[in-house]
Structures are given as structure tokens and as C-alpha cells.
Design a binder for this molecule. Sequence first.
Ligand code: ATP
Length: 753
Amino acid sequence: MRVMLKRLEIVGFKSFAKKTILDFPSAATAIVGPNGSGKSNVAEAFRFALGEQSMKSMRGKRAEDLIWNGSHSVPRASRAAVAVIFDNSRRAFKIDFDEVTIERAVFRDGTSEYSINGSRVRLRDIEELLAGANIGETGHHIISQGEADRILIASPRERREMLEDALGLKLYEFKKQEAEKKLIKTEENIAQVNSLRRELAPHLKFLEKQVEKLDKAENLRKELISAAQTYFSIEDAYLAHEKIKVAEEKMRAAENLATANKELDHITDSQSADSETMKRTETLRNAEKEVSELAAARAALSREIGRVEGALAEVKRRATRVANEPYAKVPREEIESLHQEIEKQIEQAEGALGAGGAEVTPEALRAALTAIRSAIKFFFTRHGAPRDDYFSEEENAAFKLEAERAELAKKYEEASDALGKAEVARAKAREAMVVLEETGREIRRRILDVAQEKAHQEGEVAKAEAREYELTVFAEDLERNKREVIAVAGTEAVVYEPITLSDQELKERREQEERKHKLERNKIRLEEAGGSGEDIRQEHKEVSQRETFLAVELDDLAKSAAGLRALIHDLDTELAKYFSDGLARVNASFSEYFALMFGGGSARLILEEPEPEVEDSLDESEDAEESADEVKEKQRAGIEVTISLPKKKIRSLMQLSGGERALTSIALIFAMNQVNPPPFLILDETDAALDEANSRRYGDMIENLAKKSQLIVITHNRETMSRTNILYGVTMGGDGVSKLLSIKFDEAVAVAK
Ligand code: ATP
């Protein structure tokens, strides 16, 4: 077999004051020497280096007892140090080194230092490393002097532990303990997270409510914005419309007023037309004067004519007596005809005069006179030349009067014409006066009307201005209202497309009041709801995230707890399986060795009946959990040893002799080590109580055992020594220091004595 234990180095440990090195190059090594030389100290050096915590098992009370105490020649040491060096080329230890040095040092103050390959480590690291290589802590691989039957004396539960250790189940136990520790830690964490969540819950609930309120407020704000947009757009449209309307009205009224003013100015200007009246009056007066003058002239002419006619009548009456004399001889018709011819010529001349209104031209007058002269010449040619006495005085007077009368008649005619014309002119002047008066009245009436119109238009302008002012106030109110809404609901409330309303809608604006009330109400509600609550939302977000984080963490923890429980369960299952398998194999071996030692009989390890489960022990309290663990521990069945000796009937182990006890113990120890061989086994005078025959059997077993485990036997037994390859002698001189020497078998036999 390949050795694993290479070397032991001891400095300052117990009686080994000086550095002592023990090499273990072969499967079996014996350490021999006289009593009290320090052999057992070697076994204890192993215990010490491998982490033994029990001072008792190292035969000390305090740590100091382990340190070289000094002698008259060698001063005491301040520390004891032991290093065990293993070959790890097969990686029995789960670290990546071919050689593993496990070292422990203890100081006088009791502190220990552990190292693996020179690196400082914890005891726990040593334990785990050893457990991985099947070097257990219960020391089943180091059987101290007089402790061989420890396994027989031990309680069933301790025995079980020793067995588990020997079976190499410690590693699983470690794993399980670790998992359990982790589980406890995880459960603590779960409790902690749960408590954090519980702490967080009311705050989160509060924040959720706040956020709910904020959401409601946000909805309210949206509603408010929408309502405000509707309301304000209508009011804007109304205001714009009213402004235009009133501006138009005002302009119209101003225009009308201007027109009225202008007209009034104009009428006032034309009032100076009094001069026109005067002129007209003058004209009339003149016309009337002319008419009366012409009438008087004509009347004078009429009287003149009457006088001429009277005179003519008188002349004619007087001339009647001469009538039918010379003149009677000329027919009257011819005189008449002459007269007519003259008249005709005169008329023609006059006609020429009348036509074109021009003056009688000398040519026309001459032609008329020539015609008249020729007519008279003709008359006289027929009736002879006139005589001086042709006409009487009366007749001549009559002629003159006739001519005068004709002259007057003509003048009369002319006067009549002039009078007619004057009368026409007067009538016109009169008419003009009437018209003028009429116009005056019209103007006065117009002035009144226009003044009234002016007053009315002034009123209209004032009305429009009042309306303008009203609209200014309206606009200010609207702006204020908008500002108030913006303050609670944001500028969005006044962002909208301008609208136009029909005249009908503008007139009605029925729902605006209702809208305004609603707006006011919502504004107040929103104000009461407070600001945007960004901080609350932020906090809510953070707290929710924290809660989610905790929930996730809790989930993770729950999963890892479940994983750990499963692992623990699996380890339990494995442990139980390995344990029962191991137990069966140990029993087989135990029986065999026992029969070998005793030349027959049988021995068994049996599981105790577990203590019945204690009811009501599972309370809700934490104590209950502890007691549950205890209960579980108690329920782990202990191990009893039953034996039957050949030819003897014994009822208990107590009835065995010292040798028999030693044999039984050795059988059990060897069985246990056979099933799961440790890398090395140290047996300190396990063979002390054996007689010669049994010593041989013991020697056989040792040889057998050395095939699987490296053996270090401390012995005085010759037989045992003979079965080993290497022998170390330990001696102690007068200085109390143990010394080591490599010796031959014969020397050993001598040294051992
Ligand atoms: P035996 O064959 O009788 O079992 P042994 O060879 O096993 O004897 P040990 O018990 O190993 O002897 O050695 C005991 C010796 O070690 C004693 O002499 C004791 O004085 C010595 N010793 C023990 N502790 C110390 C210490 N701290 N300092 C000095 N010497 C010590």
C-alpha cells in the first residue's frame, strides 16, 4: 500500500522540548521505549495537530500543560508546535498539493494557531479537510492508552457518533450542518424580509391611497381642463363676437352722429338764406309795384281812349250832315278796301317787326309805305285827285282822332301785355315767397328731427362705450378666471382651437353658467386635492420597487430555503443509507473479528429502539423549534453492543473480564476501521492486556489492518513489534527531554523493557 502519513514534526510539545522528526515510510511503525519516556506524547502530538479540543484526551488541564515545561538544563518553551505531513499525490485531501502539512501551535495564553501548508486557517478548515480524507474527529483512528474499550463504555448515542465518524459520515454531517446553518440563516433572512415587508405594508398602503387620490385628482384635472377648454372657448368666442359687434355699433352710431352733426351744421349754414327771403320779398314788392304802375298806366290809357272815342263820337255826329256828299260818290266798299289795303300793309310791316322781335327795318318800312302810296294812287286814279275840300274839318278831326285812338289802343294793348307779364312775374314772386316760407318750416322741423337723431346717436355711442367697458370687465374677469384655472390645472386648460358660434348659440350661451359653476366646484376640489404630488408618486414608486425587491428576495430566499431543505433531506437520506449499509458491514466484520479473537461466539451492533416522540412538544414558540431539534436528536437511535461468547452466557458487557473487554473492543475497532479504513491508525498500547495467544491473534489482525491503513503502534509487546517494519525508540534522559532513535528489532525488544 502506498503510505499517506509521511512525517511528524514536534517542537516544544510536552516532553519533546527539541525538534523531533518521525518519518513513516512504511505501512506499520512501532514506537517503543520505557515507561514515561514520552511515547504516548507522540500519539497525543497527532491528536493535538489534528485539532483535538479535549484537554482531557491529551492528559492536560490547560493549554500550558501541552508546552514543554522546562527542566534544570532545558528552559521551558513558549509554544508547542506539531506538524503532520501527508502525501497528497492521490488527492485524498481535496486540495491541489502533492504534500499537505497540517500544523498547530499553542501558546501559553491558551491560543491556538492552525495552518495548512503554511497558510493560517480556522480549526473548522482543518476538520473539514480531515473529514474529506476520512480522518474523523472522534479519534477512532487514535486509540489512546487504556482507551481501547472507550467504545464499549460509551453511551449508545456516543457510540453511534463514533461509528458514524468511523464510517466517514462526518463529511455528510458537516455538509448537513452547513446546510442547516444556511437554512437557519435563510429563515432568519426570510423573517427579516417579512418583517421589513410588514413594516413597509402600511406605508405602501398609505402611499397607494395617496396615489389613488392623486389619480382621482388627475382625472379631475383632466375633466377640469376639458370643461375649461369648452367654457373658455365659448366665452372667448362670445367676447370676440361682442367686441366686434359693439365696435360696429359704435362706429355706426358715430357715423350717424357725424352725419347728424354735419346736417345740423349745414342747416345752420343755410339759415343765412334769410337774405334769400329778403331778395324774394324785394322781387315780390317790385313785381307788385310794377303791376300796379302798369295797371294805372293802362287805366290812364283806357280813360284817354274813352276821351278820344267820346271826341270822335262827337266829331262823327257832327260830320254826319256832310256824309253823303262828295264822298258819297265813292263807294264805301272801295274806301273800306283801301283802308284794308293800308291796314294790311301796316300789319305786314308790323308782322315783320313782330317776327324775330327785331326792329322794323327801313327796307320793310319803305316797302310798306310804297305799297300804301301805290294803293292810294290807284284809288285816286279811279276817283280823281283829291281836293282841298275833299274832307271836311270834322272829317279831318275825325281822322286825327281815329289816328289818336288807334295810337292809344296800340299803347293800351302794349300796356295790357306789359301788365300781363308783370302780373305773371308777381305771381311767380308770390309763389316763390310761399315756397320759401314752406322751406323754412321744413328746415325747422328737420333741425328738430336731426337734433333728436343726434341725441339718439350720442346715446348709442354712450351705450356702445358702456358696453365696451362692460366687455373690458368681462375680459378681465375671464382672464382672472383663466389664471385661477391655470394655477390649479396647468396651462393646458387654456390651450384650444378658437371656435365660432352661431348667432343663436351666442345669444343662448345657456349652459355656460352651469359650466362655470361646475368649473368653480372642480377647481375647489382640485385645490383641496393638493399639488401634482410628484414627491408622493416618486416615493410610492420607490416604496413599491422596494416592496417588489423584497418580494423577489423573499421568493429567492424561499427557493433557497426549499433547496436547502431538499439538500438536508437528501443528505439525511444518504446518511441513513450509508449508515445502515455501514452498520451492516461493520457488523459482518465485527462478528468475524470477534469469532477470531474468541475462537467462536458472535457480536453485533444493534440500533436501540428510538425514544417515543414527545407529543405537545411542538409549540409555536422558538423554544418549541429547539426542542424539536432536541427531540429529533433524541430520536436518533443509539447503538448497543450485544455479544455471545462461546461456551459462556453473559448478560452484559460489564460481566466481561479485562482481557475479554480488550478483545471485544479491539474486534470492534478493527471492524470499524476495516469497513472504512482511515489513512492511518495509532494504537497506543491497545495490546497491553493480551496474553500470548491473543497477542498473536492481535498481531495477525494488525498485519491484516496494515494492508489498508498505515499503522503506528505504541507497544511493549514483542509480538506486535515483530509485525512492524520500522521501529522508533523513545528515551528520556536526566534533562526530562524525550529523544527519538531509529532502532532494530532486537534493540527495540531491549529498549521496550
Ligand atoms: P508508559 O509506557 O508508561 O505509558 P510513555 O512512554 O507513554 O510511558 P508518556 O506518558 O508519553 O510516557 O510520557 C510522560 C512523560 O512526559 C512524563 O515523564 C512527563 O513528565 C512528561 N511530560 C508530560 N508533559 C510534560 C511537559 N509539559 N513538559 C515536560 N515534560 C512533560
